[in-house]
Design a protein around this ligand. Structure first.
Ligand code: NAD
Length: 267
């Protein structure tokens, strides 16, 4: 029987020497991903939102301390031109683009009754159209194979979440978007997948006004089979996997990273 070429899993995941763009790269999951990529030998361009209280210089310093190459670029994902420039930076500074991770996102609390068109549109503009802007620019800049990842959420991606319908709609939309982009770009050797984080301790989830806050996260951890909420690095490593050669035949999929939260028997 001819089994063809069998590759033995080893430490070479194909990432070393690659170039990645990450939106929302100055904090939380995006920043953890920049560090994970630095350890894997991936050069990164970190998009950051100028109005937000995250320090891109500190993210750059942390990556460089690991021996990684990185560059922080101001890029609001609601601005198509800024996203195009973000991607162009990868090409001009590092010679090309292999990976793009649409991670930037906002979370706002609003009941359906209070949800104005402005609430709805501004949420979708960042959390769904912002993803389209990055995938479009990145796919246009890729001249060989590549990998795209978008960050969805268990809110919308798996569960409903009261007072967060606009967020959940955007995050559910990300999954349909990724499946379609995966089909469209597969002939070019570009894969597209989503990650669905559960409850992860980051600035977003620590915001008590719009999310659970520190006390809510602590309490929620007890209901998670793993017994705790997740760390940003645990999502980052799942994204690193999806963009590596270890996932070479995986496209149009989503990977839930939630410590078993969404598969537990309801009690
Ligand atoms: P975070 O707030 O640290 O990260 C979000 C990042 O997006 C920030 O760096 C922020 O500056 C950036 N951003 C916001 N608006 C932007 C804009 N208009 N343009 C460019 N950047 C913008 O929180 P996080 O948890 O690391 O979030 C990363 C992603 O993970 C988000 O898409 C979020 O919705 C998703 N997520 C998080 C959790 C969780 O529990 N933390 C769960 C599910 C999904």
């Amino acid at each position: 029987m001819n089994l063809g070429q069998i590759s033995v899993p080893g430490r070479d995941d194909g990432l070393a020497g690659k170039v990645a763009v990450i939106t929302g790269g100055a904090s939380g999951i995006g920043r953890a991903l920049a560090l994970a990529y630095a350890r894997a030998g991936v050069s990164t361009v970190l998009g950051y939102h100028p109005g937000d209280p995250h320090d891109p210089a500190a993210a750059v310093a942390d990556v460089e301390a690991l021996g990684g190459r990185t560059l922080a670029v101001e890029a609001d994902v609601t601005d198509s031109n800024a996203v195009r420039v973000l991607v162009q930076n990868a090409v001009s500074e590092f010679g090309g683009l292999d990976i793009a991770v649409a991670n930037a996102g906002i979370l706002r609390r609003a009941t359906l009754a209070d949800m104005t068109d402005e609430h709805w549109n501004s949420m979708l503009d960042v959390d769904l159209t912002g993803v389209v802007r990055l995938l479009r620019a990145a796919a246009g800049a890729m001249h060989g194979s590549g990998a795209l990842v978008a960050v969805s959420s268990i809110a919308g991606g798996v569960y409903g979440w009261g007072e967060h319908a606009h967020y959940a709609a955007a995050k559910a939309g990300v999954l349909g978007l990724i499946r379609s982009v995966a089909v469209e770009l597969a002939p070019r050797g570009i894969r597209a997948n989503a990650v669905i984080p559960g409850l992860i301790e980051t600035p977003q989830s620590l915001d008590a006004e719009n999310s659970l806050g520190p006390d809510g996260l602590e309490a929620a951890g007890h209901g998670i089979p793993a017994g705790r909420v997740g760390h940003a690095d645990e999502v980052a490593r799942a994204i690193r996997f999806l963009t590596s050669d270890d996932a070479s035949y995986i496209t149009g999929e989503h990977l839930v990273v939630d410590g078993g939260l969404t598969v537990r028997f309801p009690s």
